[in-house]
Design a protein around this ligand. Structure first.
Ligand SMILES: Cc1ncc(COP(=O)(O)O)c(C=O)c1O
Length: 408
């Protein structure tokens, strides 16, 4: 038997079934017309943002990184609750524009921005987080051709490694950002070229659950921003401090202590150096905002035995839930939180493997999980499906197509 990850707080049984935003899964599936189905809870997202705001210093602004989940109704909902949105492509720019978000509230990071993407972003008044000197020069040339003043910030490849992050994106050689020691010169170059100077972006990593490690990373980030600004002889109008707030996916993971992080950050903000004194200070979060508010529902199509093991074969799988299958950034596969949604309050009585419908051994949703008895037709819920589900899975694989999505 292998343990399942912890089911996020806020999910309860209603007449024996899992309920999301007070509605039974059977009725949600009926409304959607089919499984597989992602259901995202509006209320849980709003509560999450409210608790973040309560824990963080008032001065801190919160951006949503839409790569985590760009489902249009969800994006519109989140956009109304956060201060800004971070995008990573021209496609994501079109999504935020469709959600009615003005370019002023959007910043665009990501290596390899094409000329058309730079042009669309500059025309929309989006802040570009520049990833290299070449990109800076291309952006300035495009802006000149358009007769626009570009809003430019520099993404920094920090000279420190974050501790406690599941995915590190800073320290040493990286394709992201400009190496810290070259940043002051680039700051002077783009400001002299007449851009609207938007400060620095320092994103070091993702999926951190350890408050002390995050506190240290944030202190290092503020210190580095100050050093670069002093060297360039400039102050920073904005500093995007990155994010990396994680959520518990696996057995043994615990919730990040955001009160502790917020208190430490508040103390830092009391003693900011001159270069940062007037800066707008941001964090950018994806999974922490939406991850736990989403559930993936998939129906059991077959129940079979092989060499003494039970397999519950579902109509979903890694084509919608690559991360839950263990094939998106994990070295050792562990079980996500999962339940038999049709019998959410039933006791576990058997050990079963839950697999998807793809003909690959990679397509697993739970290994040797202790579950209530489930039959063909029952619905399985995979939790922590609000982030990097549909937006980070190969939905075209084997002609399966995307899942339904619903915000309730
Ligand atoms: C630049 C940047 N911002 C934000 C995020 C969002 O990370 P998370 O969803 O873990 O908060 C990422 C994730 O890779 C990123 O690369």
């Amino acid at each position: 038997m292998k343990p399942l990850g912890p089911i996020p707080a806020g999910f309860e049984a209603l007449h024996g079934e899992l309920a999301i935003s007070g509605r039974k899964v059977s009725s949600l599936v009926e409304d959607a017309g089919r499984t597989p189905l992602f259901v995202f809870s509006k209320g849980m997202i709003a509560e999450r943002i409210a608790s973040l705001r309560a824990a963080m210093p008032e001065r801190l602004k919160i951006n949503y990184a839409i790569k985590a989940n760009s489902f249009a109704p969800l994006l519109k909902h989140v956009a109304g609750l956060v201060d800004g949105l971070d995008i990573a492509s021209g496609g994501e720019l079109a999504m935020v524009q469709a959600a009615g978000v003005s370019g002023e509230r959007v910043s665009f990071a990501g290596p390899g921005k094409r000329d058309e993407e730079l042009e669309a972003a500059i025309a929309a008044g989006v802040t570009l987080n520049l990833e290299s000197e070449n990109e800076a020069r291309r952006a300035l040339a495009i802006a000149e051709r358009l007769g626009k003043t570009p809003r430019l910030a520099i993404r920094v490849n920090p000279d420190f490694e974050p501790k406690g992050s599941g995915m590190k994106m800073g320290g040493g050689a990286k394709p992201f950002g400009v190496d810290a020691e070259r940043v002051p010169a680039l700051m002077r170059e783009i400001v002299d070229a007449g851009c609207e100077w938007r400060g620095l972006h320092i994103f070091t990593g993702s999926q951190a659950l350890d408050a002390d490690a995050l506190i240290e990373t944030q202190a290092n980030t503020l210190g580095l921003a100050h050093r670069m600004a002093s060297e360039a002889g400039m102050s920073l109008p904005k500093l995007n401090m990155g994010g990396g707030f994680g959520i518990p996916y696996f057995n043994g993971d615990t919730q990040l202590d955001i009160e502790k992080v917020g208190t430490a950050l508040g103390e830092r903000f009391e003693t900011l150096p001159d270069t940062l004194a007037d800066a707008e200070l941001f964090i950018e979060l994806g999974r922490y905002i939406v991850g736990e508010a989403g559930v993936y529902l998939t129906r059991i199509i077959d129940r079979k035995e092989s060499h003494g093991e039970t397999y519950l074969v579902t109509d979903g799988g890694l084509h919608h839930q690559l991360a839950a299958s263990g094939n998106f950034g994990t070295v050792v596969r562990r079980n996500y939180p999962l339940a038999i949604a049709s019998h959410f309050d039933a006791e576990p009585v058997e050990v079963a493997n839950v697999v998807g419908c793809l003909c690959t051994p990679l397509d697993r949703l739970a290994d040797k999980a202790h579950l209530p008895r489930a039959e063909v037709g029952d619905i399985v819920a995979v939790f922590c499906a609000g982030a990097y589900g549909a937006s980070a899975s190969p939905s075209a694989f084997l002609g399966q197509g995307p899942a339904e999505e619903m915000l309730v």
